[in-house]
Design a protein around this ligand. Sequence first.
Ligand SMILES: *[C@@H]1O[C@H](CO)[C@@H](O)[C@H](O)[C@H]1NC(C)=O
Ligand SMILES: *[C@@H]1O[C@H](CO)[C@@H](O)[C@H](O)[C@H]1NC(C)=O
Ligand SMILES: *[C@@H]1O[C@H](CO)[C@@H](O)[C@H](O)[C@H]1NC(C)=O
Ligand SMILES: *[C@@H]1O[C@H](CO)[C@@H](O)[C@H](O)[C@H]1NC(C)=O
Ligand SMILES: *[C@@H]1O[C@H](CO)[C@@H](O)[C@H](O)[C@H]1NC(C)=O
Ligand SMILES: *[C@@H]1O[C@H](CO)[C@@H](O)[C@H](O)[C@H]1NC(C)=O
Length: 672
Amino acid sequence: MVYLYTAISLMLTASVPFQPVAASASRHHNYLHLEYRNVAVRDDLYTPTTTIRPCAPTDIACVTDAPRSSLLCDKINGTDVAGSTSIWTILCDTDFYAQDIYPFVLVDTFAECLQKCEEYNSRNGDGSCASFVFAPDRVHLDNDCYLKSGSKNAIYPASIHLIGAVLRPHTATSTTILPITATEEPSTPVDSELNVSTSTPVFPTGMSIQGRRPSVVNSTFLGISIDEPAKQYVSHPPAQPVKLSGDALEAGININLITSYNLASDTGTWTSGDVLTHRIAEMTVTPRLSRDGGRGSNINGTNVFIFCDTSTFGESKDPILGYLNGFVSSSVAVDQSMNGLDGKPISLVNTLGQWQDNVGRMRGWVPMTTGEEAFNTAISGQGYRYAVWPNSSPIPLNKTHAIMYAPLVYLEIDMQDQSSPRYTSLGNTLLLITVDSVYGPHANRLQNQFFQENEVNWGSLGGVRAWSPEGQDSLAGSIYVFGQASNGVMIGKVAATDFGSRDKYSYWSGDTWSTEMPPQDSTRDAYMIDQPVMNMDLIYSPAHKTFFMIYLTPEADNSFYYRYLVGKDNSTLHITPPYENDGDEDYVEQLLKNAWSEQKLLFTIPAPARGYAYAGGLHAGYFRDEDITNGGTKILCTWTEHTNVDPNIPNSGYAHKSQVIDLGWTQWPRSV
Ligand SMILES: *[C@@H]1O[C@H](CO)[C@@H](O)[C@H](O)[C@H]1NC(C)=O
Ligand SMILES: *[C@@H]1O[C@H](CO)[C@@H](O)[C@H](O)[C@H]1NC(C)=O
Ligand SMILES: *[C@@H]1O[C@H](CO)[C@@H](O)[C@H](O)[C@H]1NC(C)=O
Ligand SMILES: *[C@@H]1O[C@H](CO)[C@@H](O)[C@H](O)[C@H]1NC(C)=O
Ligand SMILES: *[C@@H]1O[C@H](CO)[C@@H](O)[C@H](O)[C@H]1NC(C)=O
Ligand SMILES: *[C@@H]1O[C@H](CO)[C@@H](O)[C@H](O)[C@H]1NC(C)=O
């Protein structure tokens, strides 16, 4: 109730249009009209305070207010702007639909708007800014100057007063203006009719645009993800279990069990390379799963979901209750039906390569060492075990491979009440992930232990891939990894080709990159952001031309939040990756040169039946071209919650849930 009230009053006072792009009732896309309604709301709140400079009656450069410029328009409409090297013909109250170069720029006068357009031309070639419009009555608001790549689709009169100008090219090709008369609606522009350039305009990196802010325009709960029952497994001779000597089986941490043993051959998933001698056989039960985690991303075209602790249940005589027959610390699934695209719950297929036997026991997605496995087999019944919990989004390495820094944990549980587990972090392990077309997502545990028990778990909070000018096919560029500190997030980096070498990493110290690893209790100087998080994703959004961080806080308040990168003066950034024209090779370094917006709510989850939502994240690439990581504005967020229902009945124990968010803009729906 309280929240609802706050949200509504916020909408009124801040006049957020909240107009979903797809929801505009007409096909007219009359953006200026929306904007205008918006201004009307603000007018009540806004009292102009700026005094108007005395101007000569025909001095257009001096225009700062709407009434004065309306009078002026009678005299200057259709004339050329004096004192410019190019020939600009003034046009009053005419807008040019769907050709915005920038969403808008904030200036004080018509002359400054003209100057922005000419600056753009001097950087990007003559005529790339072909027209512009200046809105004098918006000078004191947050946007008033619109640079345009063309001058087609003219709308006259525009719904607000504008003074604009059209470039008359030096060449013979003349600019066509198609005026639309006052009473007619714009002639229903069908997208294919609009002569809109599809090539991305060239933006100098770091250039700021005022006014337009990212905001949630649609948020829809998809429901609880559904496990498709598995029917087949790979039949193979059972592995010979490794026996440990007596002292290795005593309760207590023994790092050697991680570092000094080979990977166990009966853990990890099969791949096409392994199984040629084995046989695919039918399950004799319909296995049921109860698990948490579920972070993931699109890897080589497949949407991969990675889970942590997973219990498997066989069937018993009781039609509803199963019996617990196995337990692994990770498992994996893929989404083949892509129901999420239609707003339906995600449907998860538990791929062939991870099943151990005909009664539905699992191999565990991340391979365990024989030391970890033998210890768990021998004494996990007494409340002690080693676990590998891959609980961050995979970091892309190239188009086909991703990596993950999965935490290693030692758990102690009081078997009497089962209520107060103690976790000890033992560093993390490095995984290289591929998707086998037959057997499913596969994790190659490259190093048993990568970052160590006394170090920050670099990468276990996720990371971000800095692509090179060669784009996503190439292994060039860097990988940035995040490290959890007490009150914020630290950042390290490594060349993508060297991600497997500990000594090639460097770490941000606050003013330089240093090979010295900062400690867990670092001060805020070393932080990328002084925001403690429970889970986090950091992505570059091509549509917004900036970075977003999407996170859950340690307050465990069942909410996803976001911040986006802004200039130190709060200006909107315009960051271009190096695989685009005029891109910035060091674009990810912008994270350290700018500031984060204030915290914004992405969405709130209704309170779970027990505990709080956790293992929350953004599933990069789910919506293909419409995905925020690929130039669109859609985001799939997933998380786990306790159902407070006995885990051995269907859909219980834990629920993996998802929500679709459309992260558009507060003003001016997505422009071309
Ligand atoms: C300005 O001139 C253009 C053509 O030169 C004309 O179509 C338009 O109606 C004029 N606008 C005003 C406000 O006079
Ligand atoms: C669209 O623009 C292109 C290139 O500027 C031009 O060749 C084409 O004729 C234009 N189409 C329409 C429908 O105006
Ligand atoms: C919001 O998103 C959902 C799920 O993608 C979709 O079904 C719905 O139509 C969207 N609503 C609007 C108003 O765009
Ligand atoms: C990536 O996907 C393509 C198309 O499905 C497949 O042919 C290729 O083998 C995959 N590559 C890897 C490394 O898995
Ligand atoms: C992608 O990365 C993997 C792992 O390093 C490598 O084997 C593969 O050759 C890479 N693919 C390309 C196209 O570079
Ligand atoms: C940036 O914006 C935030 C919130 O709107 C405000 O609290 C902060 O003071 C602003 N910072 C600057 C440097 O303008």
